[in-house]
Design a protein around this ligand. Structure first.
Ligand code: 6R9
Length: 664
């Protein structure tokens, strides 16, 4: 489970309610609960008609669709599938000749505080020029291109340029290792990598291109013909002649005019790898039409984006939140957005608040883990407190990635929102593509820690293992009973895994989210309690326990066996705790510390620093049943530092529990 039992308890007993202000209700696009109910009623009455209307009103189609939803090969649903459009044209070209053309599209603030702005016109020119550069290298519709870029305007340009050509991008977060990168290049069969020489984070220059080189050198990457390198800093990096080109070299002489390539609405806009409970990360495949529609609709519904808004989503483009709410949604909605390269604590923990003041940010969207760490910083250092900055431009706050505990919610509401900004707690997933369950700023009364009600046209239910709906007030598994336009289309290259993972037969053909939830008896509000599978949520990042275990046992000279579980952590939500059996006697003292460090570094190399276990404990064995199954629930108890009170009678080797309860 994602949240600690005490956090869940405090969410479940929370009963403060914050209705929207009259002012907000009056001005908002979806006005009052009447406005929300009217949209829901429209979808209830004519589900396909509802989505078709929005798709016609909000997207520009080069060939209009006549079919809305095709369920004939369910769960491989198709939306608007006889229509054609281009995602980049819907984010950029469509604004030309409107007041948005010369409006600022992106305010980029670099790690060192320098600021660069581009208008929609300028962004279109850059995207087109880079798209022409890709085209000149033979990259075309249907190809896959890997993007390994820092948070920069060029990161967005890379994604948009791919979309413009009908090239499917796969963005890999800059914190992933060469090994992870190589696996994704191979799985996607990518023809090129778009990267930067370095990235700047917290005043430090960190190599990106060198990691790409390492990844390609690992083998299996023969599909890669080119590597495009954005020169983020002036430091040199190794370049392979013939294969590697700087952005400047690739773009030299290329025109800023590049007609967008129309693609079928179902054409894969991107593949984004995410962790599951078993095996290697899966490539979540998203569509063009349905994905873009809901990316835009949720900007309008959840954040009530208006022409003067300055929107800031702090997520990296390496995660789904950075896809939907940095690279596509804000641009499709014609908003001005902030893109931030750095980290929230550099040069000090007041950075976010200072940036909100500097750029007059109106809608701010971040993760509970960031809020919790900034609370801690503000409490120990007055100078990092939000009250030091003028935050009066803010009108709406958002939260994403994990359950937000009511304490953090209240702090965010009071200290950042000055008690007048609604907090939009958005529950969704890589697989859902866009927001699914959250309050609307001018309609829904807020309850701290609750993501409230489904968006119009979204049909969640809470069921037991056989797909039967649970009575309100009783916890169960969260499912969606109907498809939605921005849903995952398949797992890249593995349709069987897609079916088995998300539409298991037991739950009646519903989409299984993998989270537990409760619907309140009185108001129908949904509270998500966390993952019900072996997926951990560390600082809002998804990590599969199996993935980390495989990485540990891959250190064959040292590790015999490993089991990974999560334990609650005040700051990161969950922390990774590994129980390891070595191929040598159980180490103690300095030796244990040294081996633990070696293993952490190993995991960082295998997956990335975000997967490093916080705790590592050594034992001669793991607690197992007589049939040889590792008893993870016991490990979870040990990880929390609690006494075992569960039944251990089926345990083959009870003595091992004492040994593993010692932390190294
Ligand atoms: C968007 C994103 C998805 C998992 C999801 C759930 C957790 C995300 C949440 C939340 C409670 C919220 N999650 N938002 N839990 N309240 N507002 O984070 O996608 O990285 O795929 O993670 O994150 O457990 O299943 P992703």
């Amino acid at each position: 489970m994602s949240a600690s039992p005490s956090a869940i308890q405090s969410i479940l007993t929370e009963n403060r309610v914050f209705p929207p202000s009259q002012e907000m209700v009056k001005a908002a696009r979806v006005s009052g609960m009447e406005g929300y109910h009217a949209l829901c009623a429209e979808a209830d009455k004519d589900f396909e008609g509802f989505w078709a209307r929005l798709a016609r009103e909000h997207l520009v189609w080069s060939k209009p669709f006549t079919r809305t939803l095709d369920s004939s090969e369910a769960p491989f649903y198709k939306w608007f599938d006889d229509g054609e459009l281009n995602a980049s044209a819907n984010c950029l070209d469509r604004h030309m000749g409107t007041p948005v053309e010369h409006k600022t599209a992106i305010i980029f603030e670099a790690d060192d505080g320098s600021v660069t702005k581009v208008t929609y016109r300028e962004l279109l020119d850059r995207v087109s020029q880079f798209a022409n550069a890709l085209k000149a290298h033979g990259i075309q519709k249907g190809d896959r291109v890997l993007v390994y870029m820092p948070m920069t305007i060029e990161g967005v340009v890379a994604m948009q340029a791919c979309a413009r050509l009908g090239v499917t991008h796969s963005v890999v977060f800059g914190g992933f290792s060469a090994k992870s990168l190589q696996e994704r290049i191979v799985d996607a069969g990518a023809v090129a990598v778009i990267t930067a020489n370095y990235q700047m984070r917290g005043g430090k220059e960190m190599a990106l291109k060198a990691i790409v080189d390492d990844a390609i050198a690992m083998g299996g990457c023969e599909t890669i013909r080119n590597v495009f390198v954005y020169e983020r800093t002036s430091s040199a990096c190794p370049m392979t002649a013939g294969r590697d080109k700087t952005f400047a070299q690739a773009m030299a002489g290329q025109s800023t005019d590049c007609p967008p390539v129309p693609v079928n609405a179902e054409h894969p806009l991107y593949i984004l790898y995410t962790s599951g409970s078993t095996g290697k990360p899966k490539g979540v495949q998203h569509s063009t039409g349905g994905y873009l529609l809901q990316s835009k609709m949720t900007m309008l519904w959840s954040f009530d984006i208006q022409p003067d808004d300055v929107f800031w989503c702090t997520a990296d483009i390496g995660w789904v939140t950075g896809h939907t709410y940095v690279a596509y949604g804000p641009l499709a909605a014609g908003a001005t957005e902030i893109v931030f390269e750095g980290i929230p604590t550099y040069p000090d923990a007041g950075r976010f608040w200072q940036m909100i003041e500097r750029h007059k940010c109106t809608v701010f969207y971040t993760a509970p883990t960031a809020i919790r760490s900034l609370i801690k910083a503000a409490e120990s250092n007055e100078a990092a407190h939000p009250k030091q900055s003028d935050l009066s431009s803010l009108r709406i706050l958002g939260s994403v990635g994990e359950p937000i505990n009511p304490e953090a919610w209240m702090w965010y509401y009071r200290n950042v929102g000055n008690e007048h900004c609604p907090i939009i707690d958005t529950y969704w997933q890589t697989e859902t593509g866009s927001h699914m369950i959250n309050p609307l700023p001018g309609a829904t009364p807020l309850v701290p820690g609750s993501c409230a009600l489904p968006l119009p046209g979204i049909y969640p239910a809470i069921v037991d293992e056989t797909g039967n709906e649970m009575p309100d007030g009783t916890g169960g598994m969260l499912v969606y009973k109907k498809p939605w336009p921005s849903m995952i289309r398949t797992i890249w290259g593995d349709p069987e895994r897609f079916k088995k993972t998300y539409f298991p037969e037991e739950v009646k053909g519903y989409y299984l989210a993998g989270d537990g939830a409760v619907r309140a008896k009185d108001n129908g509000y949904i509270r998500v309690t966390g993952r019900i599978d072996d997926v951990l949520n560390v600082s809002g990042h998804r990590m599969g326990t199996m993935e980390i275990e495989s990485a540990l046992v891959a250190k064959t000279d040292l590790v015999a066996e490993a089991a990974v579980v999560g334990r609650p952590d005040d700051l990161t939500g969950e922390a990774i705790c590994a129980f390891v059996v070595l191929k040598r006697p159980v180490p103690v003292g300095d030796e244990a510390k040294q081996i633990a460090k070696e293993l952490r570094d190993w995991v960082a190399k295998e997956i990335g620093p975000i997967a490093k276990p916080k705790d590592i404990r050594f034992g001669e064995n793991l607690p197992k049943t007589r049939s040889g199954k590792i008893m993870r629930r016991l490990l979870r108890t040990l990880a929390k530092g609690e006494k075992i009170t569960q039944d251990t009678s089926t345990l083959e080797n009870p003595a091992i529990l004492d040994q593993l309860s010692q932390n190294n």
